[in-house]
Design a protein around this ligand. Structure first.
Ligand SMILES: *Cc1c(COP(=O)(O)O)cnc(C)c1O
Length: 435
């Protein structure tokens, strides 16, 4: 690879270190491929069962009545996630919107929402009203309760039991760590948590924020009792091709309410033209298991390459994966900046741009971001960001292919190495023969 990487400015020492790291991961990658193969079969079966044909790709306008392609896509999602129903729409403008619709459709004044896994994702704070906002659930008289995870990342069963009251209507469970330094939940753990909540209160609804988790395992939270799973199409299930959208898969009762909330009572799922995005939504979903596998390999490779240099990585390269996010504690602002510049330098779009830290609303420190994506803001594409404050952790995710994700990490190491911010183990014989 030296000859092919050299034009990007990659030194032979860095290339050799990375080749050795990558070749040590073959068995782990076999495991990732096995999950992708199973998920590919699941998606293909759902497409065949629902007789997807060229007619499904035709665009619709106006009200979007009788949009067969839209309705079929929703059945494909429902069958893949093993749910009764699904709402998959470009009108769900992002993941936060899909979550807000799912929550506000299924919570009424006087109800309580419970998060048994600690503070939810940043953007949900305004949805819930933890940070006051017009139209928050709090404004509509929906209260919020929370049970934090234990210091080791486990569930605090006692606190959860205490927090479930007769008013608890809906339990929200965030699968991914998001931008927190806590472990991501496995589907099995989510299943245990749902079973516990439903034992305590059988009619409680359980919703899972599935962002970044789709197709990482061979089952989804909807296979272990979730009433709704919710996510963004510019993350995993869009496969990098979906230009916009969100999804809510779940019971018919829950999804019907979501459709009424999204459009209007009485209209529900019957309206909503899909314009010209359907081919991308179908094709992206079809490719998603493979794209997720590539992103996972990139994350594991980053954990290996940085972990072996002594950086704290979460999760570690050998740990089981439940989402596509990799956190690396770089411990130094210069390293964080150099890392992001390497990722940017590997982008197919905007590669000539130099990321710089800048203040961001909602953050107490400047944030640096690297992204050069075909779909703006898409984080299934190679991207990295982190706030400039200790421990100077970078959150790295995406990569439409393993080989692209690898080049991103190689270039990040190159930028650190050039600036003498890391030293590499001697790129001698052992590393070369392993590569
Ligand atoms: C990305 C994300 C969201 C919000 O999705 P947007 O599309 O950015 O609005 C919510 N929860 C988690 C865990 C996420 O990763």
């Amino acid at each position: 690879m030296e000859r092919f990487y050299a034009p990007f400015g990659v030194s032979p020492e860095v290339e050799r270190y990375c080749a050795a790291a990558a070749s040590s991961l073959r068995e782990t990658f076999d495991g990732i491929d096995a999950v992708a193969e199973r998920n590919q079969a699941k998606v293909l079966l759902a497409m065949q069962k629902n007789r997807v044909d060229a007619g499904c790709f035709a665009g619709t306008t106006g009200y979007g009545y009788d949009d067969v392609g839209r309705d079929t896509l929703e059945r494909v999602y429902a069958d893949t996630f093993h749910t009764q129903s699904a709402l998959v729409r470009p009108q769900l403008v992002c993941g936060t919107h899909a979550l807000a619709v799912a929550l506000s459709a299924n919570l009424l004044p006087g109800d309580e929402l419970l998060s048994p896994v600690g503070k939810p994702y940043d953007t949900l704070e305004e949805v819930i009203g933890l940070r006051p906002s017009p139209c928050s659930l709090a404004e509509y008289g929906v209260t919020y309760a929370q049970a934090d995870l234990l210091p080791d990342g486990g569930f605090d069963w006692q606190a959860i039991e205490k927090a479930i009251t007769p008013r608890t209507k809906l339990v929200t469970i965030q699968r991914s760590k998001g931008y927190a330094l806590r472990p991501t939940l496995s589907v099995a753990q989510i299943g245990e948590l749902i079973a516990f909540c439903k034992r305590k209160k059988p009619d409680v609804l359980c919703m899972v924020d599935n962002c970044y988790g789709e197709f990482v395992e061979e089952t989804e939270p909807s296979d272990v009792g979730a009433d709704m799973v919710v996510g963004s199409l510019i993350k995993n299930p869009g496969g990098g091709l979906a230009p916009i959208g969100g999804y809510i898969c779940g019971t018919k009762a829950c999804v019907d309410r979501c459709a009424y909330r999204l459009s209007a009572p009485g209209l529900g799922q019957e309206v909503g033209a899909s314009l010209d995005v359907k081919t991308s939504l179908y094709q992206g979903f079809f490719l998603a298991p493979e794209v997720v596998a590539g992103a996972l390999k990139g994350a594991i490779f980053a954990a290996k390459a940085y972990g072996d240099l002594g950086f704290r990585v979460l999760p570690e390269s050998g740990e089981a994966r439940h989402d596509i996010i990799q956190a690396i504690e770089l411990g130094d602002p210069d390293k964080l900046v150099a890392f992001c510049r390497g990722i940017q330098a590997a982008a197919p779009v905007d590669s000539y741009v130099t990321p710089v830290p800048a203040p961001m609303p909602g953050y107490d420190a400047p944030v640096i971001m690297a992204a050069g994506a075909f779909v703006q803001g898409s984080s299934i594409e190679l991207s990295a960001d982190g706030p400039l404050r200790p421990p100077y952790a970078v959150y790295f995710q995406g990569g439409l292919s393993w080989h692209h994700a690898k080049l991103g990490i190689v270039l990040s190491l190159q930028k650190l190495w050039e600036r003498n911010l890391i030293s590499l183990p001697l790129g001698g014989k052992a590393a070369r023969s392993a590569g």
